[in-house]
Design a protein around this ligand. Structure first.
Ligand code: ATP
Ligand code: MG
Length: 211
């Protein structure tokens, strides 16, 4: 079991605390906030009552998402824009997902959100976003809504590569995109459209509804 008692998270989101793996500094361990699943279950609306506790666990949902059809290919192009997945491991504060920690020269990569707030839509980020969208389309990668704080910026050969660190999977209620490339294309196109509207919303002072 991995002992995280002397580790401090380097970041946290609404669902998970993120730690640098104590013995492998290029890996990230994510643990669900203690008590969060119980709180979600207690407050869930009637129409979600049929869902099990595990179905709200972001680590388990992510584990399933990494098994999606598009990612079965062990081809570097398919994995170019995603943090690698190493599985689930036990820690003293609960099960953790173990993934690649995205870094630039030993510094943890910044999110697309922080890049956009600091620099705006520069030419180089527009190129990186277009390249990322092309990759989503070419490989039909299923993601939830692509929010800039769930994407990070990796610099490779002086070029920005956007990497997904959270949000793989599908949020379609009926899982048609999983089984049909016709629906997958439509689904991916909608995620791309929504990613652009989310970026515009972020950059224009977050007024109204971003969708
Ligand atoms: N593999 C990684 N490499 C670099 N930074 C990461 C990585 N994973 C997470 N982070 C950083 O930690 C933050 C929180 O991680 P993550 O988005 O996985 O948590 P979460 O609780 O699932 O988020 P949400 O609030 O979107 O549900 C990210 O916004 C990012 O800054
Ligand atoms: Mg997140």
């Amino acid at each position: 079991m991995i002992d995280l008692s002397s580790s401090t998270p380097f970041a946290e989101g609404g669902n998970r605390k993120c730690f640098i793996h104590p013995t492998q500094s290029d890996r990230c361990l994510k643990v669900i906030h203690p008590g969060l699943l119980e709180k979600i279950i207690k407050n869930k609306p009637w129409y979600k009552k049929f869902r099990t506790k595990d179905s709200f666990d972001d680590n388990l949902r992510e584990q399933e998402a990494y098994k999606q059809k598009a990612l079965i290919a062990n081809d570097s192009e398919v994995w170019k824009h995603i943090a690698k997945w190493y599985g689930m491991v036990e820690t003293n504060i609960g099960m953790a997902s173990e993934t690649e920690l995205i870094k630039n020269n030993e510094k943890i990569a910044e999110t697309l959100e922080s890049y956009l707030f600091a620099n705006g839509l520069t030419d180089e980020i527009k190129i990186a976003i277009n390249q990322f969208h092309k990759w989503l389309r070419d490989n039909l990668i299923l993601t939830k809504n692509l929010i800039p704080h769930n994407l990070v910026i990796k610099i490779e050969n002086n070029e920005i590569i956007i990497k997904i660190i959270d949000g793989l999977g599908s949020q379609a209620f009926i899982p048609l995109p999983k089984y049909s490339s016709f629906f997958a294309k439509r689904y991916v196109e909608r995620r791309i459209e929504l990613m652009s509207s989310r970026i515009n919303w972020d950059l224009s002072g977050r007024k109204g509804n971003w969708k």
